[in-house]
Each structure stands twice: as structure tokens, then as C-alpha cells.
Design a protein around this ligand. Structure first.
Ligand code: SF4
Length: 737
């Protein structure tokens, strides 16, 4: 056995070797030094906790990360953060596996064998930046530069938006599947229509007495599930008005439905029709303690409760019971979102649900609906928006027709996340220069010429204006908790570096040396603000407190009352949802749903999340299809049978989970698996449900109608045992390999 090498000696040698080979990571505020001279806050063997922000989904929960000897060891919720109050979900806990993932890119690379070859050659950062600068300088038209980003940190979005504006390029398209399945764009449009504000409304779940949720999977993935779980707990333990009542309307029983008092398994696409019927009964019978409803009678004048009952398969008496349950309390609350937004009638359905809050006078009331108070500083006034499908299709069309010369992609994986019918991959082939900033080689990065890997969120700076917020304006701050593990570089720093190289107006518009400088200057806009939760005599002291707290928030709750400025003047109507595929050939509604663990697929390269069982089926490590026992019987299908699922657009194979918590006319498949690229834990595992989705019917326009596809199911004659929790050491384990 050779001579043993101590950890300290190893660190010294490693640092020396890095210096000799010119591979020193690009650091800004933290010097790379061996632990013979540890950073001031580091004591060998003693833990240091850094406050930052979870970026595993767009919610923006505050985290604290335990760091020992420069290594991040554990992530917990930040107990002082007013959004998640110290709580964290499984994805938040698994963040260390993003940082230490063995499939991360270690440096900037060129795909030397051509796009899709998966043959990568390291290139120096200076060469990558020279190439990008030259390409930008030789653009024939700045409109030929296009950017797609998936819910970027707001500091990156602000820098990116300024960069694109000053070079004359179109604004970035902001898209990722997680937010699309949330229906964020739809929810923001709802707020625009009704309240004249594009920010997401805040539903005061904690203080409501009766909550009707129409499709919003509040406790798993929708919007801010950790904050909503905390609020749900408060509602259920309410000391004042007794235990709150919760009713979930959805075709498939989610963990949220399982936590509700009542799960109403409605036919897909009828949620809005039910909401209209409830409104009609409330208005007609003058239910509730809020007074007469004559102001709102016009909204429901064309609604037939009997027709609605027939459409949703619920007896009129049942609708009447639900209307009384909702209205005969002081603090009812109706929440639209999630799967409801995936139907062709979602706009009208969401209006019908919001109208329930309006007729019960729940706007601006305790336990009702609020609009967020903007952060009182200009720098934080325009958080990243969410693009709709029309904007995405427009981008694809511009790529396809050769209008785009340079395409930059950050934080999204559209080749995997968008339905195949969008044709993103084919359109990308028409773009001369494609640059990805992904830390991993995913399906889109593998079609890029250069990959310039960003830091992971535990190594980089940032901030996020939390939306939907809690009861106050919040900026969740992100800071490096460890030095960059590899020779990666912040995308914001790349943009600032490009601006400096381009010079002139671009350099003047983006004068910061690095993103940390931008953040420090941004934080100064809130120094001396009267509502800050902390104060400091100097901006530098304020910046220090910002990092210590993990961001900024108001010291007191500020709940703004929205005004229903856009309430419909005439009668409301919710048309029947349209579906692609005729019922004879494709008898089942397909319901894709966001995986609690893998989200839209971004969690698939983290083995903790692959191993974590789905809360309703306990399945993991694979794709499954949930089928009602009655339907399974009629098709002679059992658990673990492999079936072919076919839509009018595509097909896939998946193992069956016979699931009583789903309607007989509906089947459900979680998102997240079926990667062809994305590292060793994700690839060649399961199937991608997005491959089945059809475009919404032509007359519905460009809607991301992810619930509008019908499918048929056929046995393929194989059995593939799923790895389920109850089979911990037995049958099914081999399927994870
Ligand atoms: S809800 Fe989102 S932001 Fe919060 S801990 Fe989970 S993954 Fe992270």
C-alpha cells in the first residue's frame, strides 16, 4: 500500500495542480485557498450555515445550508423565511445531488463531433467568450438573436432583459414545463383580466374556513407547495373558526385530494361548469352571509344547473349541497389552477371559479383573495414573466424559417419538455449557432454547438422576487454556499463580460464587474426602506444583513385588496372542453401530471428523487400509467402489465398501476422520465408523456392544452414489475437498474 495522503495535504496538492494546469475556477468574492489558511468563517470540523434560496422549482423557498470544511453537507428550510417558515419539500432536500452530481460538466465544451454527436472537447472560457462576442458582432440583424430561459433567477432575468434590449434583440421567451403545468401564465392572465394586475394573486388558504380547489394540486407541486402545506396546516388547526373544510375537484386523486375532506372526481374539463352551477345556485338562493346577490345575477343568467349536473355527472342535489357548503360560512375560498388550466376551456373555467370569490365578497378579506404588494424598489419591479404557447410557437417558426442566427438557452430543456408536435428539435437544426448554459448534457444541450455550464444554485448568486408571495413582499436571496466545484461560470457574469467586450451603449447599460456587484447595488435600493425587516446604517451593512438573512422581506404583512375591475359585464358561459382523438378509437382522457419528485424531469438525474416513492402509488424509478380497476378489468390488465399508450400523435409503453383513485374514463401518467440524455440516473428509464400530447383542436388557437389528448391502451404481453415501496427488497428492484 502506498503512503497515505492526508486530507489537508490533498487539498494543498489539488490546489497546486489546479494552478499548474490553469484550471482555477472563476471565483469572485471567495479566494480559492487550501485549508492551511481557511476562510475566516471556517473552523475545521465546525459547521457554518449559509442562507440562500432553493431553485429546484420556481417557488423560491428560503434554505440554510450546513457547510463543513467548505463542503455543503445538508440543506434545511430557513426558519426565518416568511414563505416556507423553515419547511422544505423532498426536492429541496435533494439539492445537494445537483451540486455533487457526477454528470455535471466540468468546464466549457465544444461539441467537436457536431450536434448530437455527444463528443465534447473542453475549450478555455476566453475562447468561448471570443467566439460568442464575434458572433454577436457579426449578426446581420439583432433580431436574429433569440433566447429561451426557464424561469431564470430574477437577477439573471433583469441582466438578460437589459442586454437584449440594448443590443436590439427581442425579449427572451420564458418557458419551462413545470410552470406550464402549474398554469402560471393562465393564472397571471386571470389576474390581469379581473384585477388589472399581471402578478399572481394570493389565496389566503391559512385563514379560509371552506376551500374549494379546482384542479390545483396545492400540497404537491402547484405554485408554492411548501408554503401552501404550511397554510393548509393552519387552516386545519384553526383555533377560531374550527377546523377548515377542504374540497378538491379533480379527475385523479392527488395527494392534495387525499388530504381533503371530499374528493370530487369530476370528468376532465368540467371544473368550470361546476363552478358556474355553484354560482348560479348561490345567487338564485341568496346563500351566504354576505348579503343579497342581485349585483351578480347577470353573470349566471344563462346557466342551467340541470345541464351542468348532466355534464359533470353529479346530481343537482349534490351541486346544491356543495353550493350551501361553500356559501354558508364566513370565509369561503375558491382556487383555480393546475390541471384545470390544461383544458381548452380553461380561460372561462378560471373566470367561473374566480367569480365564486367575487360573489361571496372574498376579495381583500381575511381568508380570501389578495394581490401582491410590489417590492418598493425599481430594480425588483419586473420579475421574470411566463411566456404563453403563442410566443413559443412564434420562436419556433422564426428558427424554422432561418430568421435566427444565434440561439441561447438557459434553465430549460424544450426538446424534452415541449410536446414533439411543436417541432423544437427540427427548428433548432436551422439555427447556425446554438449555445446552451446547462450544467448537464440534457436533450437540448446535446443539440448545441457550445455548452457554457452555469454554476449550480448552491454555487452562484441571485435573487428571486417571490411570486405568488406570502402575506408580504419577499425577495429570496441566493448566495454561494461553497466555491464552484468545477470550472463553470455564472451566465449572468458571461452576459456582463459580453457587454464589456461589445463596448459602447451595451457596456454602459451593464456596467457591473460581476453579478455580485449587481446584487449588492440592487440591495442598496432597499436600504433605508421603512418596511424592511432589518436595518443597517450603511448600504454595505445592509448587503451583509441581506446575505445573513437570505434575502429581504417586509417586517409586516401587507395584504392588498384587489378590485374586480374586469368583472364580466354580461352572462358567463363555460363551453365544453374539446379533446383530440375520437372517443371510439381513443376511449380514455389522458391526464399528464407533474411528478412530486421529478417535477418536469429536472429531478430525474437525482437518485434520491428517483428513489423517493410517489405519494399515491409508491412507484419510483420508472414511468407508470394509472388505470381505474374497472377499466383494467375490461382490458384484462393487471398491475405491472406493460401497455402501449397511443394518441393521435404518438405512442409510448409503460407499466400499469391499477389505481382506484382515478375515474374509469381517465388514465394518468406522471412527467419526468423518458430522458435520452441527462446523465446516468435519468437516461433510458421510462417514457416521456409529452410525446403523446396532441395540439389543441385548431379552433381553440394556440393553447397549451396538456389535458386535451385522448388515448387508447393495448397490452403488449410483457410484465415489468415496478419498484414500489412495498417491494423494497424484492420484486421490482431489478427494474431500477
Ligand atoms: S417547493 Fe420548490 S423551492 Fe420550495 S423546497 Fe420544494 S423545490 Fe424547493
Amino acid at each position: 500500500m502506498g503512503k497515505e495522503i492526508s486530507r489537508r495535504t490533498f487539498l494543498k496538492v489539488a490546489a497546486g495542480a489546479a494552478t499548474a494546469s490553469g484550471l482555477i475556477p472563476q471565483v469572485r468574492r471567495i479566494a480559492l485557498e487550501p485549508f492551511v489558511r481557511p476562510p475566516e468563517e471556517e473552523l475545521p470540523g465546525r459547521a457554518t450555515w449559509f442562507a440562500s434560496t432553493c431553485r429546484q422549482c420556481p417557488a423560491g423557498c428560503g434554505i440554510i445550508v450546513r457547510v463543513i470544511n467548505g463542503r455543503a453537507r445538508k440543506i434545511e428550510g430557513n426558519p426565518n423565511h416568511p414563505l416556507n417558515h423553515g419547511k422544505l419539500c423532498a426536492r429541496g432536500q435533494a439539492g445537494l445531488q445537483v451540486l455533487y452530481n457526477p454528470d455535471r460538466l466540468h468546464n466549457a465544451v465544444r461539441q467537436s463531433g457536431g450536434r448530437g454527436s455527444r463528443i465534447f472537447s473542453p475549450i478555455p472560457w476566453s475562447e468561448a467568450l471570443d467566439e460568442l462576442t464575434a458572433a454577436l458582432q457579426s449578426l446581420r440583424d439583432p433580431q436574429a438573436l433569440a433566447v429561451l430561459a426557464g424561469q431564470p433567477s430574477d437577477h439573471l432575468y433583469t441582466i438578460l432583459a437589459s442586454f437584449l434590449e440594448v443590443v436590439g434583440a427581442p425579449p427572451a421567451v420564458i418557458f419551462d414545463l413545470h410552470t406550464a403545468l402549474d398554469g402560471r401564465a393562465e393564472c397571471a392572465s386571470l389576474s390581469s383580466r379581473w384585477f388589472g394586475e399581471h402578478q399572481l394573486p394570493i389565496y389566503d388558504l391559512a385563514h379560509a374556513q371552506v376551500v374549494f380547489s379546482f384542479g390545483a394540486n396545492l400540497l404537491e407541486t402547484w405554485m408554492s407547495p411548501v408554503a401552501q402545506s404550511v397554510a393548509y396546516g393552519q387552516m386545519r388547526q384553526s383555533r377560531l373558526g374550527g377546523r377548515g373544510v377542504f374540497v378538491q375537484f379533480e379527475p385523479r386523486l392527488s395527494a392534495t385530494g387525499a388530504s381533503a375532506d371530499e374528493w370530487i372526481p369530476v370528468p376532465p374539463g368540467t371544473e368550470g361548469i361546476i363552478a358556474l352551477a355553484l354560482g348560479r345556485i348561490i345567487v338564485e338562493e341568496n346563500l351566504g352571509r354576505a348579503g343579497k346577490h342581485s349585483d351578480h345575477a347577470h353573470l349566471y343568467r344563462n346557466v342551467s344547473v340541470a345541464d351542468a349536473a348532466q355534464a359533470c355527472g353529479l346530481p343537482v342535489e349534490e351541486l346544491r349541497r356543495l353550493a350551501h357548503l361553500f356559501a354558508e360560512t364566513d370565509r369561503p375560498l375558491a382556487i383555480p389552477g393546475g390541471q384545470l388550466t390544461g383544458h381548452t376551456n380553461s380561460k372561462q373555467a378560471m373566470d367561473a371559479v374566480m367569480a365564486l370569490n367575487v360573489i361571496m365578497r372574498r376579495l381583500g378579506r381575511h381568508g380570501g383573495v389578495f394581490t401582491p404588494q410590489p417590492v418598493p424598489a425599481e430594480r425588483f419591479a419586473s420579475p421574470a414573466p411566463t411566456s404563453n404557447l403563442t410566443e413559443i410557437l412564434d420562436l419556433v417558426e422564426r428558427m424554422r424559417s432561418g430568421d435566427i442566427e444565434i440561439f441561447l438557452i438557459h434553465g430549460a430543456n424544450p426538446i424534452y419538455e415541449l410536446p414533439a408536435w411543436v417541432g423544437f428539435k427540427e427548428a433548432l437544426e436551422e439555427v447556425p449557432l446554438v449555445i446552451s448554459f446547462s450544467p448537464f448534457v440534457d436533450e437540448t444541450a446535446v443539440q448545441a454547438d457550445l455548452i457554457l455550464p452555469d454554476h449550480t444554485y448552491l454555487e452562484g448568486w441571485g435573487y428571486q422576487v417571490v411570486s405568488p408571495g406570502a402575506d408580504r413582499p419577499i425577495i429570496s436571496g441566493q448566495q454561494p454556499v461553497t466555491q464552484p466545484l468545477h470550472d463553470t461560470r455564472s451566465t449572468a457574469d458571461i452576459l456582463l463580460s459580453l457587454a464589456s467586450r461589445l463596448g459602447g451603449a451595451v457596456a454602459r447599460a451593464l456596467p457591473w464587474e460581476d453579478e455580485a456587484g449587481f446584487l449588492e447595488e440592487s440591495s442598496a435600493q432597499l436600504h433605508d426602506n421603512s418596511i424592511s425587516t432589518y436595518d443597517a446604517r450603511t448600504p454595505a451593512g445592509f448587503w451583509s444583513l441581506w446575505r445573513q438573512h437570505g434575502g429581504w422581506w417586509s417586517k409586516r404583512a401587507i395584504k392588498r385588496e384587489p378590485e374586480a375591475v374586469g368583472m364580466p359585464k354580461g352572462a358567463m358561459a363555460v363551453p365544453a372542453a374539446a379533446f383530440q382523438g375520437d372517443k371510439g378509437t381513443y376511449p380514455f382522457h389522458l391526464m399528464p401530471y407533474s411528478s412530486l419528485t421529478l417535477s418536469d424531469g429536472r429531478g430525474a438525474n437525482q437518485p434520491w428523487l428517483q428513489e423517493a416513492p410517489d405519494p399515491m402509488t409508491t412507484a419510483r424509478w420508472n414511468t407508470w400509467i394509472e388505470i381505474n380497476p374497472e377499466s383494467a378489468r375490461s382490458l384484462a390488465i393487471k398491475d405491472n402489465d406493460m401497455v402501449r399508450v397511443t394518441s393521435a400523435y404518438g405512442s409510448l409503453q409503460a407499466a400499469v398501476v391499477v389505481y382506484p383513485g382515478i375515474r374509469p374514463d381517465t388514465v394518468a401518467i406522471p412527467t419526468g422520465q423518458g430522458h435520452s440524455d441527462y446523465g446516468r440516473f435519468a437516461t433510458t428509464r421510462g417514457a416521456n408523456v409529452m410525446d403523446l400530447l396532441t395540439p389543441s383542436p385548431a379552433e381553440q388557437g394556440n393553447k397549451f392544452a396538456f389535458c386535451a389528448t385522448r388515448v387508447r391502451i393495448e397490452k403488449v404481453g410483457q410484465v415489468k414489475p415496478l419498484a414500489r415501496l412495498e417491494d423494497l427488497d424484492g420484486e421490482g428492484r431489478e427494474s431500477i437498474r
